[in-house]
Write a protein that binds this ligand. Structure first.
Ligand code: KIV
Ligand code: NA
Length: 269
């Protein structure tokens, strides 16, 4: 069976079907999500926090994204794999964006790339799309700008901010993006933008009216250790993987110390 394509994504919006997206950073986890029927996997630069131990996405490099994206492609058969362009790999302009998006496609085998920014990234999106690279855009809160925000404020509050978000969403659609992530946007505004666009909106902390929803997989599965125990409002944990894994590790350790493992059936004679 073939992989999901951007045409399938467009068809889902025409049919009014909602769809889920998760992040993935390694082959084995990606295989689990592929087998679970998740149609789109994002190799997000959230790998910085969720996989590589940084405290933001800013330090993540293109070479790291290529390595992680290649693993996710190898681990999957059906899902559309979207690779994130990390901070500094496209901000110089369309030509740099094309050069690095091309590397992500050729070296990792992703089916599409994602980059942050609305109007400010429209020219880069346009060149990528005209070059045959499907682009998922990302507006609202854009985490690569965390140092400029000084935090993670909800976006689109107030008339001026709402108008800017509308212009950003329209700009990426006009530039040819096949979908757009709306991050940390008030639910009412995200609903309006979703109604105004012909391309699907993928919400994260953007209410229930988006066409699709994305979560960072370690958040979704209860693996993330939230600083100070403060889990963001938009995160729903569908498992407590942190406890499950921790309990498994403790049981193994106890077994080894007490001589219960390996038992005869685990030993060669
Ligand atoms: O890097 C990431 O995981 C993302 C999603 C949260 C949209 O950009
Ligand atoms: Na990202």
């Amino acid at each position: 069976s073939r992989r999901v394509t951007v045409r399938d994504i467009a068809a889902a919006k025409r049919r009014g079907e909602k769809w889920p997206m998760l992040t993935a950073y390694d082959a084995m986890t990606a295989a689990v999500f592929d087998e679970a029927g998740i149609p789109v996997l994002l190799v997000g630069d959230s790998a910085g926090n969720a996989h590589l131990g940084y405290d933001s996405t800013v330090p993540v490099t293109l070479d790291q994204m290529i390595m992680l994206s290649a693993a996710v492609v190898r681990g999957t058969r059906r899902t559309l794999v979207v690779g994130d362009l990390p901070f500094g790999s496209y901000q110089e302009g369309p030509v740099q964006a094309l050069r690095n998006a091309t590397r992500l496609m050729k070296e990792a085998g992703v089916g599409a790339v994602k980059l942050e920014g609305g109007e400010r990234s429209a020219e880069a999106i346009d060149l990528l799309v005209r070059s045959g690279i499907p682009v998922m855009a990302h507006v609202g809160l854009t985490p690569q700008s965390v140092n400029a925000y000084g935090g993670h404020p909800v976006q689109g509050r107030g008339d001026e901010a709402a108008q800017q978000l509308r212009r950003d969403a329209k700009a990426v659609q006009d530039a040819g993006a096949f979908a757009v992530v709306l991050e940390l946007v008030t639910g009412d505004l995200a609903a309006e933008v979703t109604g105004e666009l012909v391309i699907p909106t993928v919400g994260i902390g953007a209410g229930a009216q988006c066409d699709a929803q994305v979560l960072v997989w370690t958040d979704m599965a209860g693996m993330t250790d939230w600083p100070g125990g403060r889990k963001p409002r938009f995160v729903k944990e569908y498992a407590r993987l942190r406890e499950v894994l921790g309990d498994a590790a403790k049981a193994f350790a106890e077994d080894v110390v007490e001589g219960g493992y390996p038992a005869p059936e685990h030993s060669f004679r």
